[in-house]
Design a protein around this ligand. Sequence first.
Ligand SMILES: Cc1cc2nc3c(=O)[nH]c(=O)nc-3n(C[C@H](O)[C@H](O)[C@H](O)COP(=O)(O)OP(=O)(O)OC[C@H]3O[C@@H](n4cnc5c(N)ncnc54)[C@H](O)[C@@H]3O)c2cc1C
Length: 244
Amino acid sequence: MAQGSAKIRIAHAAPIGQGARLLRVERVDGAELGFAGGQYVIINTGVTLPGGKLAKRAYSMLSSDAEQRAVEIAVKRIDAGPGSNVLNDIAVGAELEWSGPWGKLRLPPGFSGRALVIATDTGITAALGIARSAAAAGAAQLDLLWLVEDGDYFVSEAFVRERLPAAVRLTVAGGFPPVGHPERPARACALVGDHVADGPRDAVLCAGDGAVIYPIRDRLGSLGAPEGSVLLESFFNNPLKKSL
Ligand SMILES: Cc1cc2nc3c(=O)[nH]c(=O)nc-3n(C[C@H](O)[C@H](O)[C@H](O)COP(=O)(O)OP(=O)(O)OC[C@H]3O[C@@H](n4cnc5c(N)ncnc54)[C@H](O)[C@@H]3O)c2cc1C
């Protein structure tokens, strides 16, 4: 299925924790999305922003790419943010538009090496998508490191473990400083340095806070990761652009 926009329907919704929602979404025309684990869609929430633009927001699939007709996303409510509030409140059966799939955060087709996936905060959705898709494709060794403030931040550790294939080794670095805390990059770099002390990875994929994952890439580079072997997807605080 080629990239493009399509009408979608909210097929199922369930609260997850205090301020987040799990949504199952499908195309109204029944077509496949054609995504790879780690990619995202951009949903037109239908909200008009004060400047007149429509609020279009990106969400990474947390479901496996073995299933292409219905995908799962999880949306954390961000204060009074227009997009996340619409998706936390929207009725099952409602229809919206999306475009996609987008994004280069994905393992190469047929990848069979040793990979490390690093997620901060809500970046765990993309990490789940990568890990579940890699397992469905029979890919080899995969470690997942999740840097998160605490169990109430978004989805729970149990939610993640229930969905992770048994072969994936999950490390949850709980108690990570909150978003915006100045110590986050240094703490993350130290944790990642410890994590790769047992040997290099063929691929490293990072998703979440741009203020953290760019320094992680630099640290991995200084530890010998080849140029281009560390892929990044900023969910917020993207140093390359102000907003999506
Ligand atoms: C590639 C990509 C994938 C994404 N996948 C997901 C996902 O799977 N689940 C999900 O909940 N969100 C995801 N996001 C974030 C999402 O696109 C929106 O930014 C978020 O839902 C807030 O939108 P809003 O309209 O409610 O608030 P806005 O008014 O747009 O946001 C207010 C501010 O909060 C920032 N922000 C967004 N997320 C966070 C966060 N976790 N912590 C702190 N600040 C944040 C935004 O960048 C913005 O500066 C993703 C973003 C990108 C770029």
